[in-house]
Design a protein around this ligand. Sequence first.
Ligand code: SF4
Ligand code: SF4
Length: 857
Amino acid sequence: MSSRRMITVEGNEAVASVAHRLSEVIAIYPITPSSPMGESADEWSSKDQQNIWGVVPQVVEMQSEAGAAGAVHGALQAGALTTTFTASQGLLLMIPNMYKIAGELTPYCMHVTARTIASHGLSIFGDHSDVMAVRQTGFGMLASASVQEAHDLACIGTSASLKARVPFLHFFDGFRTSHEVAKIEELTNDDLREMIDEDLVAGMRERALTPDNPVLRGTAQNPDVFFQMQEARNSYHDACPGIVQDTMDKFASLTGRKYGLFDYVGHPEAEKVVVIMCSGAETVEQTSAYLNGAGEKTGVIKVRLFRPFSLDHFISALPTSVRAIAVLDRAKELGALGEPLYQDVATALFQAKLRGMRSAGADPVVIGGRYGLASKEFSPAMAKAGFDELGHDNPKQNFSVGVTDDVTGLSLEVDDAFDIESDSVTRAVFFGLGSDGTVGANKNSIKIIAENTDNDAQGYFVYDSKKAGAITISHLRFSPDSLNSPYLIKEADFLACHQFNLLDQQDVLRYARKGATFLLNAPCGKDAAWDKLSRSVQQAIIEKELKFYVIDADAVAEKAGMGRRINTVMQTCFFAISGVLERDEAIAQIKGAIKKTYGSKGQKVVDLNFAAVDQTLANLHEISVPGQVTANRDRPPVVPDQAPDFVKQVTAMMMAGKGDLLPVSAFPVDGTWPLGTTKWERRNLAREIPVWIEELCIQCNKCALVCPHAAIRVKAYAEKELEGAPASFKSMDYKGKEFGDGTKYTVQVAPEDCTGCKLCVRVCPGKDKANPERLSLEMKPQTPLRDDEAENFGFFLSLPETDRSKLKPNVKLSQFCQPLFEFSGACLGCGETPYIKLITQLYGDRVMIANATGCSS
Ligand code: SF4
Ligand code: SF4
């Protein structure tokens, strides 16, 4: 038996590692947040990585999840060990094949990053809406609560399925588990071989469809026989829970990690019990332990096998002392008496009573509620609210926890001050922007610490679905003890802000505990940094007694030849001042990691990164914090006063990172949203924006055509309209004949909405003949231009719009029409949004555009 190693991986990779080694065919189609599993499997097979039988799994990407499910069904019928990965709508597209696979008693284990389903709006985030929508298909359903569990249950699901002949859907929380980085013990190939019974694999192959032994499968049946055949499979589902438990027991004897179908953890004479599955179970377990330490009698049942739901195992797990049970579902079933897990628990207790399975005594009160929909945070304070509710005389039924429901009054009160974090845990929070390297650097730091010390490590990254350019908040924990904290950090020991502008957009310092270390990337340099801060930021630094460090990371990266990539610089700062590792050792480790990461790109890239590390230490400064606030400006309002009420009351809260505080009553009931709200959001993502050099412009309007965000625009207008124009507003005579003599022409950028993608510059044909490198659009730093150009853009918008009905629909003239699709949150350089924008320019508001859910919505 080869020895096992500790690895630091994301949940998706932990699962894919087992799935790839236990499969011959892997049919995939990408969907967030499951895509990394398919990508890993594809990469490994492309590198000829073999499964435990010495064969490279065949990875096939289909045109949709329906196609992937069809391919899976076909491969299974041909006797191949097969898997797939999916989530959300992708899983729904697989439902017809899932019924077939289950109906044909086919061993199979698929892996799902549980994610919500688009309803009133699309959300890419995690809950159990998708998996609850397939619980009727006949699949066994295994729920994992952590990265280690997801790794382990991926193996247990495959192994048990071979024996039970029941296919399994193995699921874990999208993002919270799928994207959490954790230190786990890796299963070896020997472990996997031990867990897979070759006779059962042979049995599966013998049942495959083959010309050597032809049979008919997939018949059409009439009312006379279909029903009986549905019932004929009962014994397989009846036996399945016992087989899964046997498999878990075998796994425990092999690895020492014990799992039960329903694992009870808590006070031996618990009176209040919460029933829950997936990552929330860890939060409830920690909260219960804390409450028991304070004299309460609480416990949690962690559901691992949700289908088939075993009455015997559930009742055995439930303490006989229980007086009240709260069932927490991460899904909402509109119109039902309760959510899915609640219904099963209520039915189980009812049946147990009928069968006399529970000893005499008062029947427990059972209530059910919802938590964590679409990755809404589920904290220990919320878990405590569930336990507290069980102590009330008339506990709420169908409650919600984590939102303020001021409409139907179903939400539980949550004590936000409740905190159970241990002092032994070092907590660090980092603010960055998507694609600025912050998340990548933090993943790297976790690996360095986890793999070179005895510390346990955990990383979780809060993303915005706007992807590139949106705010990312990284939550990192390090501890000499085991970490099981699938919730966000409330108060950090170390706080870093990698983008200076974010301090004006959000209350970044809310995450700092008293006496914490605060690291700021200040492009203004150390001497000007304090004066550049707003009053509220200065106030927080003083009141919280923060140790305040600054570095001009952009300048250091630039000087080191790394352009805009500040990740190595900021990572070095973290290790230099956080004290998580001894400084010299940390620097050596960073350099080791650089070699590993960039070695394949050549020594030059490695050397650039080494230089950045060395220069960082020379440019990192602690700021002596004055005793009082000196700034005379405060954080600017999120949206201007002239914004509509809805924008001020709802959208502005979301932009400020305070959307969680909005009550239910703030929202439209059916997902209908007012138009034109994006123009109030000033993202200020671009470090450089295009500047128009009018004498080189040939007025082709291609810049406006290609811009994905409608952030560069053109107008032709009468000269008199220039009255009152700002001094820096540019214009030139219009060269075309469409609008008559005396027409003026302007190309104008919206400086705070431009993302700096440079598409407009790339397409610009206006050249200086003497110097063809010099174009009519030139990228220049945004900050010094911002105020003037914002005023110019405001004036530009006040110029009259052109009547689109009078223009020929060609490339040039279409751009004189007002775009009705503007400032999209799409990624930099998106190829899809310019078309949607163009359609609105061609057809105005007399058009309906339908699109699939996903990126462009
Ligand atoms: S740089 Fe990109 S976002 Fe900015 S104006 Fe040009 S095309 Fe639009
Ligand atoms: S693409 Fe260049 S030449 Fe054409 S209108 Fe824009 S700035 Fe002028």
